[in-house]
Design a protein around this ligand. Structure first.
Ligand SMILES: Cc1cc2nc3c(=O)[nH]c(=O)nc-3n(C[C@H](O)[C@H](O)[C@H](O)COP(=O)(O)OP(=O)(O)OC[C@H]3O[C@@H](n4cnc5c(N)ncnc54)[C@H](O)[C@@H]3O)c2cc1C
Length: 463
């Protein structure tokens, strides 16, 4: 290395020796990797590297570790809290080309995949075997990214989040060593749980290169329904009762009247009105589904629900859930040229009405537009606070609103993030949520696994 060569330039040259043109300093590619789906100020990485094997990831990390160069893992870049923005530049390590489904075991109901596989790709592959993978964020994200953010989706109320559906991982550590975590058994009491440590670590502790996932059988019967309410309280109270009764709903999603107006316009849900609404789905045997639906119908009727509109055939069901998965884009499309600051609080189910109705009051007081949508069976809901692309004052007001909604959720025993993660946007709440001592333990784990602080620096912790 010559005196004037920056360490990162040396590392880029060394990586080029084995990746060839799969490492690039092309400006358009660097811009594409400068931020995720959020309002963070973009920062260009020095280069973008597309790895295709564990061996390549290991070599890249060993080089970056030796020369103290930052590495930010990049899946599909759909995260919402500044996770992928390379705040200290360095290498954006793109794993989206690692798309092999390595093994599916119908007998054990598990599979082994590379991190760039998407849930759509996996479910298309599994369909003929009567199996499915249930974790379904409303984005075209990668399974590696989902593990790294501890993601969930509309099915989590029945099937759990990614945390409950990952059995083990292959992880490349900061210095290039490769470890395997977990096991294929349904139970294991065999040492510290490194799988759970990596799940939700947001690329700060290691790079996930293989994932063993738990799979589920496609249910014998599925039916979906929509219920609308004249006002929000009845809608939320219905959810609380359904959950407290222990009805094993597969999905129970709430959209407020503002979000419904956006979805009706965006997804052509012409038979529905802009009212607080629940989208529901039931899985099981024919008799089980009918029984669940009857119980829920009785609850929502008592709470003032305006009838139960069935979506029994798969085409109507798909239209409904596609509209739900596109809710974020429907919100953004309602104010052309806007971006969204997304809140993600989660509270114990008994406190859901306080959290949600309180958040609606905060939104009203702020004067901002913020459609609301929630995986309410888990006590988790989002507001997409809409701000103009170039309106720093509105952006500051949006963050203030976010802080208010989080403060209420924390006071109710909840968390600042049910599923999106910390990134840059939620770092300020961690101390309040976990306490100084727990945060110090987290930082000592980070220091032990990544002593030079090269993995996604600046994230999770404020210093
Ligand atoms: C329209 C929309 C809807 C969404 N709906 C949901 C939802 O319902 N539920 C939900 O949970 N989230 C949701 N999200 C957020 C987002 O899709 C998830 O956080 C997703 O898990 C991110 O995956 P990704 O592949 O895009 O990861 P990226 O954004 O590329 O990366 C996210 C983080 O993971 C790290 N990372 C990525 N791959 C790896 C790897 N292989 N090893 C180690 N670290 C890695 C990155 O460094 C970064 O810190 C939504 C986002 C959008 C835009």
């Amino acid at each position: 290395m010559t005196a004037e060569t920056r360490p990162v330039d040396h590392v880029i040259a060394a990586i080029r020796a084995f990746l060839g043109d799969r490492i690039t300093t092309n400006i358009a590619m660097r811009e594409q990797h400068s931020r995720g789906e959020d309002t963070t100020t973009p920062v260009l990485p020095d280069a973008v590297a597309f790895a295709e094997t564990t061996e390549e990831v290991s070599q890249i990390l060993a080089l970056c570790h030796r020369h103290g160069v930052p590495v930010v893992a990049f899946g599909a870049g759909t995260s919402l809290e500044g996770h992928v923005t390379p705040v200290r530049a360095g290498i954006s390590l793109d794993l989206s080309r690692m798309t092999a489904i390595l093994d599916v075991s119908p007998d054990d109901m598990d599979c082994l995949v590379e991190p760039g596989v998407t849930r759509h790709q996996l479910n298309d592959h599994l369909r003929d075997q009567g199996l499915f993978f249930p974790v379904d964020p409303g984005s075209h994200c990668t399974i590696g990214g989902m593990c790294a953010t501890r993601a969930s989706g509309t099915n989590a109320v029945r099937y759990g989040t990614i945390r409950e559906n990952v059995m083990g991982l292959e992880v490349v550590l900061a210095d290039g060593r490769v470890i395997n975590t977990g096991s294929r058994t349904r139970k294991a009491a065999n040492g510290y749980d490194l799988t759970r440590l990596m799940i939700g670590s947001e690329g700060t502790l290691g790079i996930i290169t293989k994932i063993r996932l738990r799979l589920h059988g496609i249910p014998e019967a599925t039916s979906a329904a929509v219920v609308q309410f004249p006002e929000m309280r009845g809608c939320v109270e219905s959810v609380i009762q359904v959950m407290q009764l222990g009805v094993p709903v597969a999905r129970i999603e709430l959209l407020d009247e503002v979000q419904m107006a956006c979805c009706i316009a965006h997804s052509k849900l012409d038979n529905l009105e802009a009212l607080p609404t629940l989208f529901l789905e039931f899985h099981g045997s024919e008799a089980g589904v009918a029984e669940q639906a009857e119980t829920v119908k009785a609850v929502v009727t008592e709470m003032g629900g305006l009838g139960f509109a069935w979506a029994a055939d798969s085409e109507t069901r798909n239209k409904l859930w596609t509209a739900r998965h596109n809710a974020y884009w429907a919100a953004i499309a309602s104010q052309p040229g806007s971006r969204g600051v997304t809140t993600d609080v989660c509270v114990p189910i008994s406190r859901l009405a306080d959290a949600l109705l309180g958040a609606k009051e905060d939104i009203e007081a702020s004067g901002l537009s913020a459609p609301m949508v929630g995986h309410v069976g888990d006590g988790n809901f989002h507001t997409v606070i809409l701000v103009g692309q170039d309106d720093p004052a509105a952006l500051e007001r949006a963050w203030e609103l976010d802080r208010k909604i989080v403060a209420r959720a924390l006071a109710l025993g909840g968390t600042c993030s049910g599923e999106h993660g910390v990134g840059l946007g939620k770092r300020e709440f961690l101390e309040q949520e976990h306490g100084m001592e727990a945060l110090a333990v987290m930082q000592s784990i980070k220091a032990a696994l990544d002593p030079k602080g090269i993995l996604n620096p600046g994230k999770m912790f404020r210093n």
